[in-house]
Design a protein around this ligand. Structure first.
Ligand SMILES: Cc1cc2nc3c(=O)[nH]c(=O)nc-3n(C[C@H](O)[C@H](O)[C@H](O)COP(=O)(O)OP(=O)(O)OC[C@H]3O[C@@H](n4cnc5c(N)ncnc54)[C@H](O)[C@@H]3O)c2cc1C
Length: 459
């Protein structure tokens, strides 16, 4: 519990409506999108308006040893922004300025700016910010940087870290450091920008990001293929990825297709064992050649039907259906959201293992995947009112991560470890890498005030 006089000190240092303590108002800052049941109740929410206010809040927290949970838009899927009891939530939602520097082809962005708004600002200047989590309309750049967010076009264009040239970060003692800058090439010193990308608010608070922009994306053609099984669809992905890189390669299994159709009918084939949506944005005739290669891979793997279109709007409808999968599944019950990945050739094995786990635990595990990256989202559905259903779902959750690790994969490809997966991280990283991780954490945050319980399990 934070002493009342300490809270008064915080309010005095950050006047106006920056500090919120009313439980009715702080309630919406408790959870991220995963609705992590272990989330605590914040004693205050600081809605900082600039980096100086972030520094004030963090210096105060350091002086009083109060946990600080940084928060962007709360769309995270691993409980990374879950509040902790006795702590504050530091919301960056009010810091949302975006400046486009066309001569350097960069965006200088405050952390609360939404991904979609950065994309729109870049597009106005004829440029493109590629990272595109499915949640791009509802997530912030600060959250994207902190989770090293991925998305649909990563298969060809890389993930958030590939676009971060510079960061301003408030450290655990309140110091503001500026790392990197508008320079495309810069190897002076350690790669500290990379250290903070993906650190999930455990090492510092991002107050500004300098993001690389690229020329606008060329027109895309789309291939949609249906398969009798999810294994066959994965085999097609392995084949096409061994010779080419589509600019999008997404998989939906039958349960995901049906969940979307139940939620909002989009005309998808409910009987298909799996659906692949693949795109090429290669120039001119190369695009047709890439589409032919994709189609050949699908047919060789036993595709039931292949449909190709150069019509951007038609292609986007399929991509929208894929983006709809999380909200659609949410309507079916409570979800445990998985994010496991493997080297691409092992994708069929991972999907087979997930199918076996669903059967043996008698749980529904619809799968969507950024298949071209080997990154899958098996989403375990359970009935929260049924204790046995929840027990089986939680056991299956652990088994899916174990299956990925056994295949040389990862427990999280893009959502982050957060608090939901911290307990499983040592199984993937092993004792030496965990010790190194802890050394870095202790060096930067000796009192452990920044996002305790995220990445490193506090239990
Ligand atoms: C429907 C849906 C689809 C999604 N699809 C994808 C997808 O395709 N790819 C993908 O990668 N993710 C996806 N996500 C997950 C989520 O949108 C991303 O993890 C996103 O990057 C989180 O951004 P946010 O602003 O909501 O962050 P939050 O949820 O607020 O926070 C996420 C983490 O970042 C930390 N954090 C936030 N801001 C800062 C900051 N300024 N400084 C330091 N730490 C900070 C938090 O403490 C927390 O650990 C999806 C989520 C939903 C709901």
């Amino acid at each position: 519990m934070i002493p009342m006089d300490a809270l008064e000190e915080l309010r005095a240092a950050l006047p106006g409506d920056v500090v919120v303590t009313d439980p009715a108002a702080t309630e919406k800052y408790r959870h991220d999108w995963s609705r992590d049941p272990s989330a605590g109740t914040p004693e205050a929410v600081v809605r900082a308006e600039d980096a100086a206010q972030v520094q004030i809040a963090v210096r105060w927290a350091a002086a009083h040893r109060v946990p600080v949970v940084p928060r962007g838009a709360g769309s995270g899927l691993s409980g990374g922004a879950s509040a902790v009891d006795g702590g504050i939530v530091l919301s960056l939602e009010r810091m949302a300025e975006i400046e486009i520097d066309t001569s350097c082809q960069v965006a200088v962005v405050q952390p609360g700016a939404f991904n979609k708004d950065v994309k729109a600002a870049a597009a106005e200047a004829g440029l493109w910010y590629p990272p595109d989590p499915s949640s791009y309309e509802i997530c912030s750049i600060g959250g994207n940087v902190a989770t090293n967010a991925g998305g649909l076009c990563c298969v060809k264009y890389g993930v958030t870290t590939d676009y971060v040239l510079g960061l301003d970060v408030v450290l655990a003692d309140g110091t503001l450091v500026t790392l990197g800058g508008k320079r495309i090439k810069d190897v002076a010193g350690l790669s500290l920008v990379k250290l903070f990308v993906g650190s999930e608010g455990t090492l510092g608070i991002v107050t500004r990001a300098i993001l690389r922009l690229v020329p606008a994306q060329a027109a895309r053609s789309t291939l949609v293929a249906t398969f009798p099984t999810v294994h066959a669809a994965a085999e097609a992905v392995v084949t096409m990825r061994s010779t080419m890189r589509p600019c999008l390669c997404e998989l939906m299994d039958r349960d995901s297709v049906n969940a979307v159709e139940d939620h909002r009918p989009m005309g998808l084939d409910r009987d298909a064992g799996a659906l692949l949506i693949v795109q090429s944005d290669a120039p001119g005739e190369v695009r047709s050649a890439e589409l032919a290669t994709m189609q050949a891979a699908c047919e060789a793997a036993g595709a039931v039907e292949c449909f190709a279109t150069d019509d951007a709007a038609e292609g986007e409808q399929f991509v929208q259906a894929r983006r709809m999968s999380f909200p659609a599944l949410e309507a079916r019950g409570s979800l445990l959201l998985e994010d496991v990945g493997v080297p691409i050739p092992l994708l069929p094995d991972l999907l087979d293992a997930i199918g076996r786990i669903a059967t043996s635990y008698d749980v529904e595990i619809p799968v969507v995947a950024h298949a071209g990256d080997g990154n899958t989202h098996p989403n375990i559905v359970y009935d929260p009112a049924d204790a046995d259903s929840e027990r089986r779902a939680r056991a299956a959750f652990g088994e899916v991560m174990a299956a990925a690790i056994a295949l040389g994969g990862t427990i999280t490809g893009e959502h982050g470890v957060g608090k939901a997966k911290a307990i499983a991280l040592p199984d993937q990283l092993g004792p030496d890498v965990m010790a190194l991780t802890l050394t870095i954490k202790r060096a930067l945050d000796p009192d452990g005030i920044l996002n305790p319980g995220a990445i490193l399990d506090g239990r």
